[in-house]
Design a protein around this ligand. Structure first.
Ligand code: F6P
Length: 427
C-alpha cells in the first residue's frame, strides 16, 4: 500500500477488529491500522481456496499487500500425497491429529512472520472447523497484535455441492494420481471425518458467514469499513463460469479531436460500432452495464436485453483538464503533463481523480459484475476499462495506466480455474 503506515493504535473493539482509516491527502492515502488475518472456516470442498484467491486479488488490486497461506499445501509438502487419503483425517487417530495440528501451527508461524515483516492482510486457508483450532488461532493473533475475522463458508445445497466435489476431484493436487471413482469415495469419507467434529463459529467471535454462495450472508463484527467491504465482496461471489466482456464506447467527436472527458455523442462511425457490437453478441444471454455518459449509453442502444447504468463506470475525472486536448494540457498546464509522466497511477488531476482513485470507484462495479450469474458486457471508457481489466488479470498497479485499450475491440475475460484468462476480439 502506498503511503505511510503509522504505528498501531489501540483497536476500539475488543482488541480484535481491524480499524483502518484512509485519510486522503493530495498525493497519497495514509493507512492507520492493524494487520488483519482472515481465517477461512468450512468443510473440505466448500471452495475456500477459490474464495481466498478472489479475495486476495481484490485486496491486492487495491494496493494491500495480501497473501494466502494454505495448510493443505504445507501438508502435501511435508508428508506427500499419502497424507491426502481419508484415514489421515480421522479425528480419532491421535497421531494423525497431532501431525495435522503441527502442520497447521507451522503454517501459521510462517504467516505471522510474513505479516509482521511484509504484509497488510493474510488469508489462512484451512478447514478450521473446531473451536479448539480457532481458539489457538485467535490467541496467536492476539499475541502478535493482529486483528482477525473468521470467514465461514457454509454450503448445504446438494446441487452446488455435487459440482464442487467433482471439480475438487478433477483439480486438487491431492487426487492427481487417483482414479476418479475411488477418489470421490475417499473424499466423501474425508468430509465425513470433518463433519463429525464440526462446530460452527459462535457469537463470541468476529465472523462473516456465507451460505450457498450468495444465498445469505451473516455478519458479526464491530465497526470496520474494511470488514464491511470484505463481507460485501465475498457475499457476491458465485461459482458461475460466466464471460465478462469489456469494450469502450464507439467513436465520438472528442475522440477525433483527441479531447479528453466531456460527454459527447457518437459519430457515424461510432453508431456503426454500436450496431456491429449488437450483431456480435446476437444469441448471447447478456446483461449490459454502461457508465452514465452519453457515449456508452448510445453504444448500448441496440441491445434488447437487461441494461444498467452504473455511474461508477464514468471515465476518470480529468478535473481542470476536462474537454482539453493532450496538446492543450501540455502547453497550458505543463506541470500536469510532467506529473502524469512521472507517476501516472498516482497523479491526481487538480479537482479530478487519479487512477488510484478510480480503482476505489470501479470496485463497486466489480462487486456487481461478480454477483451476476450470466455473461456481462461492460461498455465504458479507456481508463475505467484499464482498471477493470487489471482486477481480473493481475497487473502491477503502476502499469495499469498503460494497458492498451483501443476503440473497436472487445476483451473477453473467462474463468480459468479460480483465476481468469483473457483475449482481445475484433468486432
Ligand atoms: O481520450 C479518451 C479518454 O477516455 C479520456 O476521456 C480520458 O481522460 C483518457 O482517455 C484516459 O486515458 P489516459 O489516462 O491515458 O490519458
Amino acid at each position: 500500500m502506498k503511503g505511510k503506515t503509522l504505528p498501531a493504535i489501540p483497536a476500539i473493539y475488543g482488541g480484535e477488529i481491524q480499524l483502518i482509516i484512509a485519510l486522503r491527502t493530495d498525493k497519497m492515502e495514509i493507512m492507520i491500522g492493524r494487520k488483519l488475518v482472515v481465517i477461512m472456516v468450512g468443510l473440505p470442498a466448500r471452495r475456500k481456496t477459490f474464495l481466498s484467491l478472489r479475495l486476495q486479488r481484490y485486496l491486492e488490486w487495491q494496493g494491500f499487500r495480501a497473501r494466502i497461506f494454505n495448510v493443505g499445501a504445507y501438508r502435501r509438502e511435508a508428508l506427500g500425497l499419502g497424507s491426502s487419503r481419508s484415514g489421515f483425517f480421522n479425528p480419532r487417530v491421535k497421531t494423525f491429529a497431532k501431525e495435522r495440528e503441527a502442520i497447521a501451527k507451522r503454517c501459521f508461524g510462517d504467516l505471522a512472520g510474513w505479516l509482521r515483516e511484509n504484509g497488510d492482510i493474510v488469508i489462512y486457508d484451512a478447514t478450521n472447523v473446531t473451536s479448539a483450532r480457532r481458539g489457538y488461532l485467535k490467541d496467536e493473533c492476539v499475541k502478535n497484535g493482529f486483528d482477525h475475522i473468521f470467514v465461514e463458508n457454509i454450503c448445504d445445497d446438494p446441487e452446488v455441492l455435487g459440482n464442487i466435489v467433482d471439480s475438487k476431484i478433477n483439480t486438487s493436487a491431492d487426487y492427481r494420481e487417483e482414479d476418479p471413482v475411488i477418489a470421490r469415495e475417499d473424499f466423501r469419507r474425508r468430509i465425513e471425518h470433518y463433519r463429525s467434529v464440526y462446530e460452527t463459529v459462535d457469537e463470541g467471535s468476529p465472523y462473516i458467514k456465507i451460505f450457498n454462495f450468495g444465498e445469505k450472508l451473516e455478519k458479526n463484527f464491530g465497526p470496520s469499513s474494511l470488514l464491511e467491504e470484505i463481507a460485501e465482496f465475498l457475499g457476491n461471489i458465485n461459482l458461475t463460469e460466466k464471460n465478462i466482456f469489456i469494450t469502450r464506447h464507439g467513436e465520438t467527436l472528442f475522440n477525433i479531436e483527441d479531447r479528453i472527458g466531456g460527454d459527447s455523442a457518437l459519430t457515424a462511425k461510432g453508431v456503426d460500432y454500436a450496431r456491429r457490437l449488437n450483431d456480435f453478441f446476437k444469441g448471447t444471454d447478456l446483461v449490459v452495464f454502461t457508465s452514465g455518459k452519453r457515449r456508452t449509453i448510445e453504444t448500448a442502444l441496440y441491445f434488447d436485453c437487461e441494461k444498467a447504468v452504473l455511474p461508477e463506470l464514468n471515465e476518470i475525472d480529468s478535473g481542470v483538464c476536462d474537454g482539453m486536448t493532450y496538446a492543450e494540457i501540455a502547453s497550458k498546464h505543463p506541470e500536469i503533463d510532467r506529473g502524469r509522466s512521472a507517476d501516472k497511477f498516482d497523479f491526481r488531476y487538480p479537482r479530478g481523480e487519479s487512477y488510484r482513485d478510480l480503482v476505489q470507484r470501479v470496485k463497486k462495479a466489480v462487486v456487481k459484475i461478480e454477483s451476476r450469474r450470466k455473461d456481462v458486457l461492460v461498455i465504458a471508457h479507456r481508463a475505467v476499462n484499464r482498471c477493470l481489466l487489471s482486477y481480473f488479470i493481475p497487473t502491477p498497479l503502476k502499469d495499469i495506466p498503460y494497458i492498451d485499450m483501443p476503440l473497436d475491440r472487445v476483451i473477453r475475460i473467462y474463468r480459468k480455474k479460480a483465476l481468469y484468462g483473457h483475449e482481445s476480439l475484433e468486432v
